[in-house]
Design a protein around this ligand. Structure first.
Ligand code: OAD
Length: 229
């Protein structure tokens, strides 16, 4: 049976594609307050501001391309069963060719009904406006998991992580829960890697190799190694 690699990605993997991370210096949460743009309360208070924040992100995403790290992960599928669990709302893993992707925090290029969360639509272009409605006539919101909301894909992501032979974390500060807790669900004997230029030590995690470098350089090298292993 093919070994199962679970790749857990954060904003750092898309940094070299030109998408800002959240918590690095110059990151998005320095320019915007989370409570103004990324909570259900913000949406109640000022829909236009929230829509504009995500419209700007979406507009920028349309000009960005996957980088060598996204492509390398897609290449792993030649030899391994691969599941990508991403905190990112961009679609760069999809565009690089990965086929099994779980978006824990939603998807920037999709909109969701405020009346029925199961009604999810692709957004054509970059703009979601006040007055854009679902088929039930309710305002559409960004298909994003905001702070204070449940993470609907968390149980699935946890189950998949428990099946990992190899667990690779790329470009995440591991500060946002519950996503950051996934590493604790990887089997003790699984091989683990953490790729991040600012990686902190995780002393309580067994079989962990830390690669302190940028994703577009480190990930292709790691993938080459895994493909010949
Ligand atoms: P953060 O901004 O918290 O962390 C980004 C990580 O990427 C940091 O550890 C950086 O060191 C690392 N990094 C920067 N450049 C890199 C590069 N070129 N290659 C590899 N790593 C690099 O982003 P996340 O951990 O993804 O949620 O943040 C988690 C969640 O917090 C996001 O999904 C988002 C945010 O608020 C929501 O909006 C719900």
């Amino acid at each position: 049976m093919r070994k199962h690699i679970v790749v857990f990605t954060g904003a750092g993997i898309s940094a070299e594609s030109g998408i800002k991370t959240f918590r690095d210096s110059g990151g998005l949460w320095e320019e915007h307050r989370i409570e103004d743009v990324a909570t259900p309360e913000a949406w109640q208070r000022n829909q236009a501001l929230v829509l504009d924040f995500y419209n700007q992100r979406r507009k920028q995403l349309l000009d960005c391309q996957p980088n060598a790290a996204h492509f390398a992960i897609a290449k792993l599928e030649a030899t391994y069963k691969v599941t990508v669990i991403t905190q990112n709302v961009d679609d760069l893993h999809e565009r690089a060719g990965s086929t099994k992707i779980i978006h824990l925090h939603g998807e920037l290029r999709k909109a969701r009904s405020t009346a029925n969360p199961r009604l999810i639509y692709d957004i054509d272009g970059w703009e979601l406006k006040q007055g854009d409605t679902c088929e039930l006539g309710s305002q559409l919101r960004p298909h994003i998991v905001w702070f204070g909301e449940l993470v609907p894909m968390m149980d699935t992501a946890t189950y998949i992580t428990e099946q990992a032979d190899i667990f690779i974390i790329i470009g995440s500060s591991l500060e946002v829960y519950p996503a950051a807790s996934l590493i604790n669900h990887a089997p003790h004997n699984s091989t683990k890697y953490l790729v991040d230029p600012n990686a902190k030590a995780l002393p309580y995690i067994e079989n962990l190799t830390i690669k302190k470098g940028k994703a577009a350089h480190e990930v292709p090298a790691l993938v080459e190694k895994l493909l010949i292993a």
